[in-house]
Write a protein that binds this ligand. Sequence first.
Ligand code: PRX
Length: 673
Amino acid sequence: MSDFNQNINASETYAPTPELSAKAHVKSMEEYQRMYKASIEDAESFWGEMAKQFHWQTPFEKVGPEFNFDRSKGPVSVKWFQGGKTNLSYNCLDRNVQEGNGDKPAMYHEGNDVDDVHASFTYSQLLVKVCQLANALKEEGVKKGDRVSVYLPMVAELPSAMLACARLGAVHSVVFGGFSAESLAGRIIDAQSSVVITADGVMRGAKPVQLKAITDKACELTSQGGFEVRRVVCVARLKGTARGDQAKHSWAEGRDVWYSDFVGKQAETCECEWMDSEDPLFMLYTSGSTGKPKGVLHTTGGYMLSSFATMKYTFDYHPEDVYFCTADCGWITGHSYVTYGPMLNAATQVLFEGVPTYPEVDRFWKVCEKYKVSIFYTAPTAIRSLMKSGDEPVTRNDLSSLRLLGSVGEPINPEAWKWYHRVVGGGRCAIADTYWQTETGSHLITPLVGAMTCKPGSASLPFFGVEPAILDENGKEQEGECSGRLVLKRPMPSMMRTVYGDHQRFEETYFSQFNGYYFTGDGCKRDKDGYYWLTGRMDDVINVSGHRIGTAEVESALVAHSKVAEAAVVGFPHDIKGEGIWCYITLNEGVAYDDALKAELKKQVREVIGAFAQPDEIHWAPGLPKTRSGKIMRRVLRKLALPDFETQDLGDTSTLADPSVVEVLKSYHPRKK
Ligand code: PRX
């Protein structure tokens, strides 16, 4: 962020309002500091006490953590709540019903089309729905440890499917509905899931997304790869509605079954499988700097505690709150802050299927007004894009119910923070800028808004149980005001345990750079008050609209095109998306570069990865800047993708095998047009 140094030194701060502090679970800095200290120095009592409110079929013997981050001392491992047996589905549903929350609304479904309410459920109703699906899956042969792939839009069946899997001890692998057939197939094969739950389609704004047709294609691809999907369960999302004619798909007799037939007359109760604290709960694929996306594996007991605690304290959740998180369950935010965190707190939430700009740019605010939302959680990219439409679409709605706003997925620039605060929050709502990752499962650094003064652009201070450090390039811990690489010295309860099926990759990805530490991959500064300021990824991962994309993934999608010889992909600053995708491509001998090919290459990436990974720019590169040993000099490519590329200091280019390629790239620069 160009104004970064100016921000970090800015004196602009936002103290908690007295109303917020008075009501908050944590009311002051002193209280936060005391609780934080206890969470680090006496994790046993801190988390052990909190865990008591949940149902443990067998009590845990030890809270932990028992862990090893030092590869020289043996395999990296993390264990919490050992000896305990519990079940997330039970704690999200049965426990709430038993505690008198059975008639409390668990979710209001807000469809893509205004007034198209697919279904809303109380906790009792949701429990029945989940039990019936769990029974159907059981009849299908799904048992503890089996993997189930879920490729659904934001309908009640999505969190239900997650909870039904959790009930049986099956490991859910939710794949975001924006991924392509090829991506879905890769994830099905990696997880070896013989059951896939999908929908006939869904409207996103004015456009249909053919989820079933994409699933059909994915099954064809897995089949070619030697893996057969045995059962496809299909939710009739469009069929039978006014949009029924939009769903276009085939039907494989014997394999495909409609959700309603699948669940049929299943019993309304279903015994839980009691899971060890360290039994897997779910896997979720995420991109890194190398290779194919990896299945981040989360387990039971620790994940339950962290998702519960962060929901309660970060969002200062109270039983009367109405909560609305705009994230899709296809991402970690939807796992921890749509499905598990809110339900472990018996919260009432809005499940939103649509997009922020349909039918108009005030859709989020209309939803907030309609349900009297008090806690709203979204991504900076959405805030930036809505900010472009001005204040009126926000202020024409009654947002007086809002009291807390959250941000997630990427750094929020102070300008967007202040607009969010002033216009959406009416100057009275606190903002929790939550920094975390798929791998950590829950918030790492975030303000506790009743206790802390916020600084726009800073995620503030570590959450309970999180012990961050900032290292210099030699791995030395820095003190006080500093900048460097953000690492963790210990695991919080929801830390990932492994990469599914590849523990070595887990160790190499996160623990090989700095022995004894988990490396987040992020750069970070700490200011004089101890506040953390995230500065972005330090690896070859681009954060596009809060979605993590590995440059290597885009490169491999591009070189799979018959006309492409080589590709190099970098991120560049983008006003709305945070970062955009810039692709340098070298073509095969004799292939001409034109607009048609450019469009074809964008389509290629859409088809291989998904629409959200579509390149912003294709830059024809007759040659790429390489060192004599053949390594692409990415720092040069990053600078050449900047708006002021002509005046950029490219640094030392004397080691380039052919320094003239830089001038050639400048002469074919897309920004020149
Ligand atoms: O670079 C950080 C950025 O997003 C990465 C994690 O992406 P993902 O696993 O897809 O999870 C997104 C939802 C948690 C981080 O390594 N990131 C996430 N939140 C923030 C952030 N960067 C700065 N500030 C944030 N609040």
